[in-house]
Design a protein. Structure first.
Length: 220
């Protein structure tokens, strides 16, 4: 896949994050699950060679464009910009090293992870397009150095950032989803709940049905 112009590569440039989006570990999962109707997806690659990172992002972008899905690339902002990703997501350590001005001038949208008030202020100073807070609840996927944030802090984050979209992550399940939105989240990013399910695709369909109701305003 060759690099595309920004308009060609970002068909959803005018759209925001979906109310729900999954975080997936590689392009194989994106090929498997995006066709189910996902509107936004985050690619979180770990421990890959430079060539493999480019290949994974390129394949993921191709799949997402074919299915009208926005792609968020975690961490690898240079490759994401070159290949035309819709969003780039940075953790606090990656934020320090990233060229935020280059990201903005290229037209990509920027999301930043936060875990405490100091990190939130650093993130806001970068002028992001969304802020993520986590873990909201205890998560089983990996050990976290942060205690669960809880719904009260989620509400405090939303009060601080105002109209800027707030993404909740960590320990989210369908029964908890409505409460997380009510507390202040605009979007829910999920990985453990469906990746650890006996049938990840079936569990993802549960999330997609919930998101469809939220988008349409349909009551449960």
């Amino acid at each position: 896949m060759t690099a595309l112009t920004r308009n060609e590569a970002r068909p959803h440039a005018g759209g925001g994050l979906d109310v729900f989006y999954p975080i997936l570990p590689d392009s194989g999962w994106i090929e498997r699950l995006v066709p189910l109707g996902i509107g936004t997806v985050q690619l979180r690659l770990k421990d890959r060679s430079a060539a493999e990172i480019r290949r994974q992002i390129a394949v993921s972008l191709e799949v997402c464009r074919a299915h009208g899905c926005q792609l968020i690339v975690n961490d690898y902002w240079r490759e994401a910009l070159e290949l035309g990703a819709d969003y780039i997501h940075l953790g606090q350590e990656d934020l320090v090293a990233a060229d935020v001005a280059a990201i903005k001038s290229a037209g990509a949208r920027l999301g930043i992870s936060t875990h405490d008030p100091a990190e939130l202020e650093l993130a806001l100073a970068a002028g992001p397009d969304y802020i993520a807070l986590g873990p909201i609840y205890e998560t089983r996927l990996k050990a976290m150095k942060w205690a669960p944030q809880g719904l009260e802090r989620l509400g405090a984050w939303k009060a601080r950032i105002g109209a800027l979209p707030l993404v909740a992550i960590g320990g989210l399940t369908p029964p908890r989803a409505d409460g997380v939105l009510a507390a202040g989240a605009d979007s829910l990013a999920v990985i453990t709940d469906f990746m650890t399910a006996d049938d990840p695709a079936d569990r993802l369909r549960t999330w997609l049905a919930w998101a469809a109701k939220k988008r349409s305003g349909t009551a449960d």
